[in-house]
Ligand binder design. Structure first.
Ligand SMILES: [Zn+2]
Length: 316
């Protein structure tokens, strides 16, 4: 990819000051002027263009991962994926599909890799969003990814975390119910399955430990002050389910219920002395959290709402 010119410390400071005082519209215009790819789109900077339509252009990467590496970009300037309208990103992948066929035939390769580097951590070096299309041959050692082994418990935790967010995002609430503790004695289980080796037994024991950390509880088991707090925070709540999780000496009570026809999730975290540390309330999927004093969640919210300032910071 073309490199951005390096600025001196003094120039950088001046630029930061200038950016700080810009309106969002000015900042957007400024970004376009600074963007090499926007200059390529309008023909101010020469490129090896292989394809162009109303919304997209595709060019040869000047520093290819492999010969024939194409960049497919929207003509409009978008810094990161969340900014792209669905239609645009759909069109971009459609072009990727077609150009993939072109590469397979023209370069006689046996495969292609399509990828997006979304964000600095993912290796995004350009401030203009793009799709990479890389022609591939067997054992070409491009983008070698080492496969890692992940244990079942971790896998399950990740699955739940992702599934919860997916259902929030799509508004398809799916209840994830944690299993209760095993009801039959483990000795009997061992007898019934003599094939279980020691390693598997250990793994099961570890999983059971995990399950113990998050238990279903009855209303009677909840301290009255916490119950009162939940009822005060969400007036008229009808509690459907309660889970308790113990973490580093703290207890997290997770209530799920309905009030005024809306689904609510209320999380109350108390320390070892029973003092309330955090309360988090979430109303329905699309409405998002309505009360928040958990710094981690604040971070997440920031991630989701991308402002132009965030983008400017991304490429400092
Ligand atoms: Zn651009």
């Amino acid at each position: 990819m073309p490199q951005q010119p390096q600025l001196t410390e003094e120039q950088r400071k001046q630029l930061e000051e200038k950016i700080k005082n810009m309106s969002p519209q000015e900042l957007a215009e400024f970004q376009k002027l600074q963007c090499i790819f926007c200059q390529i789109v309008v023909g101010k900077i020469p490129s090896h263009k292989v394809y162009e339509d109303e919304k997209t252009i595709s060019l040869l990467d000047i520093n290819p991962a492999r010969k024939g590496h194409l960049l497919i970009l929207p003509k409009e300037h978008y810094a990161i994926m969340p900014q792209l309208p669905e239609k645009e990103i759909g069109h971009l992948f459609l072009v990727g599909k077609k150009l993939s066929q072109v590469l397979l035939r023209a370069l006689k390769v046996s495969g292609t890799t399509l990828f997006v580097a979304n964000g600095l951590a993912a290796g995004q070096r350009s401030q203009h969003f793009m799709l990479h299309l890389i022609p591939r041959k067997e054992r070409d050692e491009v983008l070698e990814i080492e496969e890692k082994i992940i244990d079942k418990t971790q896998q399950q935790k990740i699955l739940e975390a992702v599934e919860n967010r997916v259902s929030e995002l799509l508004g398809t609430k799916k209840k994830i119910v944690h299993k209760k503790e095993e009801t039959f004695p483990s000795s009997e289980k061992t007898q019934n399955s003599p094939a279980l080796n020691e390693k598997e037994n250990r793994k099961e024991a570890a999983e059971k430990e995990e399950e113990k950390d998050e238990k279903k509880v009855e209303l009677d088991d909840i301290p009255s002050n916490i119950l009162a707090l939940v009822k005060k925070k969400v007036k008229g709540i009808e509690i459907k389910e309660i889970e308790v999780e113990e973490k580093n000496g703290s207890k997290i009570y997770e209530f799920e219920g309905i009030a005024h026809g809306k689904d609510y999730e209320v999380e109350v975290e108390v320390d070892s002395k029973g003092k309330v540390k955090k309360v988090r309330i979430e109303k329905d999927a699309d409405d998002g959290p309505i009360e928040e004093n958990n710094p981690d969640r604040e971070e997440e919210k920031k991630d989701e709402k991308v402002s132009l300032d965030d983008i400017a910071n991304l490429f400092k």
